[in-house]
Every structure is written in C-alpha cells, then in structure tokens.
Design a protein around this ligand. Sequence first.
Ligand SMILES: [Ca+2]
Ligand SMILES: [Ca+2]
Length: 207
Amino acid sequence: MRLLFCFLLNFGNSSSWVPDIAVLFTVSGLDSTLGPLQRKMLTRVVVVMIIIMSGSLMMSLINNLSIVDGLYLAVASATSIGYGDLGMTRHPVGRWLIICYVVVAVVSLAMLFHSFCVLWMEYEHKKKVEATVNEGVTLKMLRSMDHDHDGEVTRDEFLCFLLIKLAKVNPKLIDKLNDLFDEADVDENGMLDLNDIRLHQQMRGRY
Ligand SMILES: [Ca+2]
Ligand SMILES: [Ca+2]
C-alpha cells in the first residue's frame, strides 16, 4: 500500500479543489504532501475499495457464498465482466440490492479511471514542459516563433508559440482573440485605448 501511495505521489499537481477524506490523509501523514489531483485520486481509490468490500459482503450474504466468492462476484460485477459461473439470488430484494451495487460500483470505477487519466496527462504535460525548458530556445524554434516574419521574436510571439506547442491553447482560439483585438483596435495603431473601445462599442451598437 505504501508503494501504491508513493507511485501516486509522483504524478501531477493542480490547483482545483476536490473533496477528499481529509481525516484519513491527515492521520496517515500524507496530507501535507498531496496535491489536489493526487488527493482526488486517492479519495476515489479509497471509495472504490470501500464499495468493493461492502459489495463482497453483500454478495456473500444474499447469494449464500463464501467471502472469497462474494469478492469474486463483486469485482466481476463492478468491472462489468459478469462471467456467469456463479448464480445470483432470485429474491427481488436481493436483486434490487445487486442493481444498486452495480450502478454505484461502475460509476465509482469510471470516476477512478477518469482521475487516473487526468493524473497521467498532467504527469506527461509536466515532462513535456521540463523537456522544453531544458532544451532552451533553438534557432529552429526562433524561426517558427517569428509569426509575422519580421526577423524578430516579441514576447507575445514567444508566449503564443510555446503555449500552442505545449498544448495549453488552441491555435484557433489565438486567431479568434487576435481577430477580436484587431476589431477593437479601431485606429489600427496596435494598441487599445479608451477611444478604441468607445468606437468599438459604437460599432457593435452598444452606445
Ligand atoms: Ca516577429
Ligand atoms: Ca488603437
């Protein structure tokens, strides 16, 4: 279990808020070392484990099976495999309980898988950023950055090139925002001022 936690801790980080099992993490000493994404992932791991354990107990009781067979049925149902080699109860209440368990377990596993994918993407993104920073600015990059081909790279060109390269923004979004700037820059001097905005809003029928 310790190895699993260490493995998860090496993945990415994020500033988004997530609900978590704060008490558990505080007691285990992991609270201060976990990022929001890692806490979310670990929370979901714990939730899935609780659901599977509860499902195992329920399966063994309502189907009159051993705890191992109950666990087998709980995992097979949660993963939607359903081998069908062990019979399920035909009692209506038992069937309703199984339906509820399967819905909750499948949704929880899907959320856990989603968390894992987000962490993995964050980890890959961090690696890409580090590789780009370590590589530095090359002549090839300089030529690609010079968007207006004037032989110089402005800070704007530099930022746009790297944000697109690191997949932080979509080139179409940059073009759309540039079009908005051009539209607002009514006197076409490359800067926005109060006069530009007044004329721009008049053209849009706001004044
Ligand atoms: Ca340029
Ligand atoms: Ca202007």
